[in-house]
Design a protein around this ligand. Sequence first.
Ligand code: B12
Ligand code: SF4
Length: 494
Amino acid sequence: MANGALVSVAALVPPEHEVVLIDENIERIDFDRLRRFDVIGVTGMVVQAERMLEILRKLQELPAIVAVGGPLVTVSEATFEGLCNVRFIGEAEDTWPVFLNALAADLPTATRYEQKEKTDMTRVPVPRFDLLQRGRYGTAPVQFSRGCPFLCEFCDIITIFGRRPRVKTPEQVLAELDAVLAHGFRGCFLVDDNFIGNKIEAKRLLPRIIEWQRQHGFPLEFVTEASINLANDRELIDLMVQANFRNVFIGIETPREASLEETRKHQNVHGDSMLAKLERIRASGLGVSGGFIVGFDNDDEQIFEEQFEFIQSSGISTLSISLLTPLPTTPLYDRLRAEGRLDFSDPELIYIPKQMTREQLKTGFHKLLQRVFDVDAFFDRVFEGNATRGSRRAVRPAATRNFKQRLLFSSGWTARAMMLVLVMASHGQLTRHLRACRRVLRRNATLGTKAFSFGEMVAHWITYWHFASVTRQISGTQFGNVPDSSNVPVRTSP
Ligand code: B12
Ligand code: SF4
């Protein structure tokens, strides 16, 4: 998917300037070609810290003014000390144009900008999707809201964007969908922190998206992120399904209630069990992916088995598991610092866990990842999820294709399948996976009308391969890190 910051920050540049976007997800940076630019902006999040620093060091050799903005510098300013000319803290709708205009007019500029007021979302311009390289991305980033009403202890969304969700008008969102469609996208990630942070506004927007989809023949598929209380709002889920939302990412974090309470994720504990909630969402026709965390104070060595069993029975095939990470500015960071438990000697785990040694936590985490993304465990979840998957066609018309489109569609999946086979072979993994593939296909054949289509099967295999490859990388190398920010003044928690 394309990154939301690139297109949004580009849209804030006054029209008389030329803007070029470079995204390392799809291309290498040619530093020589950067010589012609007057200003170079760099963005990134915590897992990209090391790479951001490498890039900034190289940019020092160029004549350009170098600016840094985005989620990492916002919580960890000191990391970028001496490596850029100017820092942008928090949102930049007001500050970035002010800086660029002053620079263009040869007026004095500051070395640090921080917006005093939160951005008024109703004034945010349509992002510059036109600057993204066509055909290189699967999904476009569209943002409806910023902020989240919840209080999770580890989360910096509430320290960066605040607890009162601010939203764009439906007209703004539809204008963005027009632009996304015009630029050839068929998928949209609604990059909200919590799409249902303001349910009333979400319910005001969704009928307009449904209407837009009908008028255009349902061209776009959506995915987004939401809190688990979505399960308690049938009307909202139905609207999302009708608007062609395919999947929702939910922060599940852990099946252990004591850990959820500790981290103030009360919304995951309220009401019936999380498994029942997930099943309700899926039964309504919305796929679920999830985020899981290990390393809470209430986690002991049994947590890995508990997590594995929960994950397997959840039917969630696409998920991320992380080590708890204290991000500067969060209440978790403040608490661990006050308890003297921050320790930056190990960049993979920058705090001292309570009921395990660091080694136990890291080893348990890596083994859990390997178990969860083992081929049989992955497809067990795919089939488990499928068993409770609601029929989407009941609520929304299926896309109709003529013979030529069907032919193109299936040859597209055949080409992808062949590419996957080649990639597996190049990693010496083909024989092992062909055996597993036979097992999976046999199992699929027993499902009758609920069996996955060829395209769906190929998509599952590609997804599996992606997660298995990332797992191998994480197990072989480090899983990102947080730089030492102990000298950064910690802002008060909300
Ligand atoms: C979409 C998303 C993803 C996508 C990223 C896809 C991609 N191609 O980049 C996916 C799903 C892959 C992802 C994964 C992860 N993510 Co993420 N993600 C997001 C999310 C929801 C939206 C990002 C976005 O598009 N925002 C919209 C833009 C407009 O907002 P923005 O980036 O803040 O930009 C504004 C300002 O910051 C500023 N700005 C930004 N850059 C720049 C640059 C310059 C020069 C200037 C002047 C201004 C400026 O201007 C913008 C307009 O105001 C954010 C939350 C959020 N609301 O931003 C989390 C977020 C960025 N993710 C986060 C995390 C932790 C992760 C994971 C590590 C989670 C995990 N444990 O697995 C993984 C890492 C994966 C990896 N290894 O790369 C954190 C980062 C924390 C931090 N402080 O660094 C965030 C903030 C959410 C959170 N608190 O949990 N993520
Ligand atoms: S629900 Fe998600 S976005 Fe909201 S505070 Fe918790 S972790 Fe952050």
